[in-house]
Design a protein around this ligand. Structure first.
Ligand SMILES: [Zn+2]
Length: 60
């Protein structure tokens, strides 16, 4: 199973879904390259900002 991240509209990096901390927390924000190194390019997936907006809309 792929590890899921969310694209952050605030800092443009990726965070884990359970992370709601400070975007400046370097230990908890990642870019594409870091995640490829960590999990392999096929080992992770992310929700784009658009996906997140659509998910919110379909909740209502
Ligand atoms: Zn962020």
């Amino acid at each position: 199973m792929k590890i899921q991240y969310v694209e952050c509209g605030c800092c443009g990096h990726f965070h884990l879904p359970e992370f709601f901390g400070d975007c400046r927390d370097n230990a908890n924000r990642f870019n594409h390259m870091q995640l490829d190194e960590k999990h392999g390019s096929k080992g992770w997936d992310y929700l784009s900002e658009e996906d997140q907006l659509q998910a919110e809309e379909s909740d209502q």
